[in-house]
Design a protein around this ligand. Structure first.
Ligand code: ASP
Length: 349
């Protein structure tokens, strides 16, 4: 008999209207009952609440709590479903992907945009999609939303109101679930590469700064004093201004001691710091390209890397290496290699 564990953490999916607005109040048992999930023949569904929070309130320490529950449940279950608020769901999905490595079962996060207590809620549909996928033989951490299964570490929330709120970024959807049928678009390997491993050490002292015209080096330096690493969200393919206020001046100083990882404000395509002069200058300054990682994956991965080392070169190696499908193997490395080749050509000629 297939065994599925459903872990509740709160979010809109478990919310009801209160005088103070929607609030996560329902237990996961109540959510499953309202979603009409029956304990079908051939299936055993266990349910357990871990947290009951609007996911805006989720902190990096909560990721380790959820990760621990997942890790402990892996030997007992065929699949694990986690219900979660949508606002930070992509961050939690990334965190679980790095913290519980080599998961040997499907672990699927889902949520809903309308509370299960509201008419027309998308909660029953998303829960059914997640539960259906939980009995597939594809290990990994996924997000189930609107019939779609996405690799957790590649998904972002792209709509604040619409029901089709998540998209897989720079990566194909894994599958679509239609009733009982699972139609694969990009089938992951059927086996985990090694035994499951709990590796939850993180350093949450990381900040995400959005580059905007006029950002001053003083502000960047002041921010850098308070953190151990910076995600700098640049424009387009990536680069740092060196004219006028010249934030590059600050980046050169900071990057010697603390990792600065560059992502992009563009949703698709990722960064390529070899493309423009402003990007090459960033590379020369020691900026680490996030390649085609999502902003959520890049931030969580930087926290995770810093949880293991504070050596900037070691953090760089972690950021450029692909662990769970979060970065296309060529994207970050290629940029660094192109840059090295260019430097060598220049030096030789
Ligand atoms: N604020 C809610 C949350 O993230 C939104 C949702 O679940 O859709 O918990």
């Amino acid at each position: 008999m297939k065994r599925i564990l459903v872990l509740g953490t709160g979010g809109t999916i478990a919310s009801a209207k209160t005088e103070a607005g929607y609030k996560a109040t329902l237990t996961i048992e109540e959510v499953l009952n309202m979603a009409g999930v029956e304990k079908r023949d051939g299936f055993r569904i266990d349910a357990m609440d871990i947290l009951n929070l609007d996911s805006t309130l989720i902190q990096p320490e909560d990721w380790a709590v959820i990760a621990e529950e997942v890790y402990n449940a892996l030997p007992e279950y065929d699949g694990i479903v986690i219900t979660h608020g949508t606002d930070t769901l992509a961050y939690t999905a990334s965190a679980l992907s790095f913290m519980v490595r080599n998961v040997d079962k499907p672990v699927i996060l889902t949520g809903s945009m309308l509370p299960i207590t509201e008419p027309g809620s998308d909660a029953p549909r998303n829960i059914r999609t997640a539960i259906r996928f939980a009995v597939e033989d594809v290990p990994g951490v996924y997000i189930a939303f609107m019939d779609k299964i996405m690799l957790g570490v590649r998904a972002s929330k792209v709509h604040s109101l619409g029901l089709n709120a998540f998209q897989s970024v720079n990566y194909p959807d894994i599958a679509y679930v239609k009733g009982d049928e699972v139609l694969y678009r990009h089938r992951p390997p059927a086996r985990a590469p090694a035994e499951p491993l709990m590796d939850a050490a993180i350093d949450p002292d990381v900040v995400h700064v959005r580059l905007t015209p006029g950002l001053s080096p003083e502000v960047l330096l002041a921010v850098s004093e308070k953190v151990h690493g910076i995600i700098l969200e640049g424009y387009g393919a990536g680069g740092i201004p060196y004219r006028g206020r010249n934030p590059l001046k600050a980046v050169i100083m900071i990057a010697r001691e603390k990792p600065i990882v560059m992502t992009t404000q563009a949703l698709y395509g990722g960064v390529d710091l070899t493309r423009y002069e402003v990007g090459r200058r960033a590379l020369d300054a020691g900026v680490i390209p996030a390649g085609d990682m999502t902003k959520e994956a890049a931030l969580v991965k930087l926290m995770w890397a810093l949880g293991h080392t504070d050596d900037v070169d070691e953090v760089r190696d972690v950021m450029l290496r692909n662990y769970v499908g979060e970065i296309s193997p060529a994207s970050g490395h290629l940029q660094e290699r192109n840059e090295r080749d260019r430097q060598e050509d220049q030096d030789q000629g």
